[in-house]
Write a protein that binds this ligand. Sequence first.
Ligand code: BEZ
Length: 265
Amino acid sequence: MAVTSCCNHLIFKVMKQLMFTLMAMILALGVVSASDYKIPLIGSKAPKFSANTTNGKITFPNDFGNSWKILLSHPADFTPVCSSELLELAHLQNEFKKLGVELAVVSTDDIVLHKMWKAHLEELNYKQRGTVHIGFPLIEDPDAKVSRLYGMLHDEESTDRDVRGVFIIDDKNIIRSVNFYPVEVGRNMNEFVRMVEALQLTESKFVYTPANWQKGDDVIVPYLPYSTEELEADPKLADRYYSVGNRMWFEQVDASTAKVDNDEE
Ligand code: BEZ
C-alpha cells in the first residue's frame, strides 16, 4: 500500500514537471514567433540576414555598403502580377543606379525556381521594350526566415506566401520607408524612384515635400523662411518663398516657373 502511494506520488511529480516544461516551451515558442512577425519600423536598423540569391550568397544589407537599398517581397515566382513587377523594376534599374540604390527581391520560392523564372523573364519583350537583363538578386527564402524577419508574411492572407512589401533603407542602413501592398494589385515602381528622390532631397536640405510632389516641384519649408527685418534687408526673399494661407510655406525650386501666391494672407 505504502509502495503504491509512493509510486503515485512520483508519477504525479513527474507529470507536474512535464506539464511545466511543456507550458514553458509553448510560451517560449509564442514569444519567438511573435517577435519573428514584427515589422521593422521607420527609423530602426535594417535587420541583417544572409541568403542564397540568383547573384550568389549575400549578406543584407551589409554587402551593399553605403548605397541606399530597396528590399521588395512578392508572393510567388511565375505568377502574372509578380512577373510584371519584376520586369518594371528591371526597366528602372538604371534610374535606381543613378540614385545610388541597390535592389533586392525576396519570395519564399527556392533558388532553382528563381533561376528558371529569371531566365524566362529575360526572354520576354514586355511592352515592346525589348528584353531586359535582371541585374538585382532574387533571394530564396523557402524557410521564410527573411520573410518573417521583415514581417512580410501576413498570416491572415497566407502563412507561406509573402505580401508585396517594400522597405527603403538609407546609406546608414536605417529603414526610411515601409509599405505593404495586397497580392491582387501590382505596385507602381516609379513611386519608389520618387520616394528615394524625396528622401534624398529632404536629407540634403531642411525641406519637406508636399503631396504628389515630383522631382523639380516646389518644396515645403517647415519654418518661417524670413522675418520682416530680413525681408527689408533682402527683398528678393519674397521671390524665393511664397505662402498658401499662413501655414504652408513653399520654396520655389525654379524661379522662372514661379507660383507666387502671397495675397491669401
Ligand atoms: C500574381 O502575382 O499574379 C499572383 C501571386 C499570388 C497569387 C495570385 C497571383
